[in-house]
Design a binder for this molecule. Sequence first.
Ligand SMILES: [Ca+2]
Length: 98
Amino acid sequence: MAGAISPAGEIDIYSVNGQTGEVVRVRMSDGSPSPTSIENRVQVFDPAGGLLGAATSESNAVLDVTLPAAGTYLILASDAGGNRTGTYSLSVELIPPP
Ligand SMILES: [Ca+2]
């Protein structure tokens, strides 16, 4: 899916329903290493609001989080510095436990 950080400092929130032991794989990419483009940051929060994992990358941030329980998890996408704007693509994949 496509998203945009605008105005600066915006945080986009997505949700995913997962089961115990599933891995949620999140990729956020703005496709640009330019220091004036957004620095991709993704974070995953559990249903109680606890931070489970985060990844930051100038071009392509990838994060794998194993879900400790069934529930609705929040995925936050933002610019790491909070001072740039731009578009990005986000993919969310649920990988079943082995
Ligand atoms: Ca970038």
